[in-house]
Design a protein around this ligand. Structure first.
Ligand SMILES: Cc1cc2nc3c(=O)[nH]c(=O)nc-3n(C[C@H](O)[C@H](O)[C@H](O)COP(=O)(O)O)c2cc1C
Length: 147
C-alpha cells in the first residue's frame, strides 16, 4: 500500500480544510498518509514516500500561495523519478477568470519536470470550498486507487 505525503499551502484555511477531506479519501484504500503544512515540510523528505499530493491555492494573479514559493524553488533539479503524484487547490473563477487555479497547474508542471507521474486530473475547487468536501474525498479515493 502506498506511503503518501500530502503537502498543502493555505493562507485563509481553505486548502487546509480541503486537505483534510482529500486525506479521508486517500485513506479509504488503506494508504498511509502524512499531512503537512508546507511551512513544516522539506523537499528532501519527498524521497521517503511513494506518492506525493500537493494542495495549493492561487494568489496574486496566478501565483503560488506564499508559503509554497520557497518549497517550489527548492524542487528545481530534484528527481522524483518513480514517484506518483496529484495536485488540487481552490480558486475563484469569478474574480480571477484568467488565472483560475493556476497554482495547481504550476505545481503539476513542476512535478512532471522532476520526473513524477501525474496519476489523475487535478482537482480545482471554484469558490466556497464547503460544497466540495464530498468531491474532495471522492477525488482522494480516486487518486489513492491510482497510486
Ligand atoms: C488577493 C487575492 C488574489 C487571488 N488570486 C487568485 C487567482 O489568481 N486565481 C484564482 O483562481 N484564485 C485567486 N484567489 C482566490 C483564492 O485562491 C481563494 O480564495 C482560495 O480559496 C484561498 O485558499 P487558501 O485559504 O487555502 O489560501 C485570490 C484571492 C485573493 C484574496
Amino acid at each position: 500500500m502506498a506511503n503518501v505525503i500530502l503537502i498543502y499551502g493555505s493562507t485563509t484555511g481553505n486548502t487546509e480544510e480541503l486537505s483534510g477531506h482529500v486525506a479521508v479519501g486517500l485513506k479509504q484504500v488503506g494508504a498511509e498518509v502524512m499531512v503537512k503544512n508546507v511551512t513544516e515540510a522539506s523537499v528532501d523528505e519527498l524521497a521517503d514516500y511513494d506518492a506525493v499530493v500537493f494542495g495549493c491555492s492561487t494568489w496574486g494573479a496566478g501565483e503560488l500561495q506564499d508559503d509554497f514559493i520557497d518549497f517550489y524553488d527548492g524542487m528545481d533539479g530534484v528527481s522524483l523519478e518513480g514517484k506518483k503524484a496529484a495536485v488540487f487547490g481552490p480558486g475563484d473563477s469569478e474574480d480571477y477568470p484568467d488565472t483560475f487555479c493556476e497554482a495547481v497547474d504550476i505545481l503539476e508542471e513542476a512535478l512532471k519536470k522532476c520526473g513524477a507521474e501525474i496519476v489523475a486530473e487535478s482537482l480545482k475547487v471554484d469558490g466556497d470550498v464547503e460544497p466540495a468536501f464530498e468531491e474532495s474525498e471522492a477525488w482522494g479515493l480516486k487518486v489513492a486507487e491510482a497510486f
